[in-house]
Write a protein that binds this ligand. Structure first.
Ligand SMILES: c1cc(-c2cnc[nH]2)ccn1
Length: 246
């Protein structure tokens, strides 16, 4: 997969893409991240990329032409077609389902705004979709882009040491993750649940599924409402609820 990022802060994106799983995906040729700076496409003497908003109001907006030229250069850098995704609070909320859809594409172009945003004519003409990473305002789209790069990068085939860990992550099956434990077995903070040390893999899988169902019920009932539970899941959750409410 190739991701081209239009950003005034390429170093930030490059550094975040060199870390951990995404860095490994890059080293293994599973994912390529390239940055394009609109300032390199500003044609005036001051290399301007922003200007004041018509109608007044605080802050500055990003100009059309440097972004448009920058996007054209990014597009031409590789043959594959790519959706232009603008990271913005006005966008569709990013979910693991959306991450899986994006991870299956050959290429993405991520557009990071700064200041108060981007001239709407550029958005209308060049942007295929807007994505929000949460209902809050950031200083720019770069943190959102880094989140998309990380979430999509770890789903690239071969990026993770143990393929299972991608499928067992939180949200992969619409549920929160179960709790995890490692050594020591006994600690002043508590003891590792017996079932995890039993060697009974079926019982362990059941316990983990029940914990994921129970946690989702307790912490994110909105997620639970979106999925249909099997009879076995319903029984596990009922038992969890009974224990919890006892
Ligand atoms: C994506 C982008 C943003 C954002 C971009 N510029 C200011 N905030 C906020 C949430 N998700």
């Amino acid at each position: 997969m190739r991701i081209d990022v239009v950003t005034l802060f390429p170093d930030f994106i490059r550094q975040s893409a060199e870390l951990g799983v995404v860095g490994r995906a890059g080293e293994r040729g599973l994912m390529q991240v390239a940055c394009w700076n609109p300032r390199d496409y500003a044609t005036d003497n001051y290399r301007r990329v922003d200007d004041r908003p018509f109608g007044g109001g605080p802050g500055m907006l990003m100009l059309i032409d440097p972004l448009r030229a920058c996007l054209a250069a990014a597009r031409q850098a590789a043959p594959e077609p790519a959706p232009v995704i603008y990271l913005s609070p006005q966008g569709e909320r990013l979910t693991q389902r959306k991450v899986r859809q994006l991870a299956a594409l050959p290429r993405l172009i991520l557009l990071c705004g700064r200041y108060e945003g981007i001239d709407e004519r550029l958005v209308a003409s060049e942007v295929d979709e807007e994505l929000s990473v949460g209902d809050y305002v950031l200083s720019g789209g770069e943190l959102g882009a880094a989140i998309v790069i990380d979430a999509v990068g770890r789903l690239q085939e071969g990026a993770l040491h143990h393929a299972e860990s991608a499928t067992q992550d939180s949200f992969e099956d619409g549920l929160l993750d179960c709790p995890h434990y490692t050594r020591p077995v006994e600690h002043e903070l508590g003891t590792v649940p017996e079932v995890l040390r039993s060697g009974d893999h079926a019982a362990i899988a059941r316990w983990r599924r029940q914990q994921a169902l129970g946690r989702t019920w307790l912490r994110r009932p909105d997620l639970l409402a979106r999925i249909s539970l099997s009879k076995a899941d319903q029984a596990l959750l009922e038992a969890f609820r009974r224990d919890w409410l006892a």
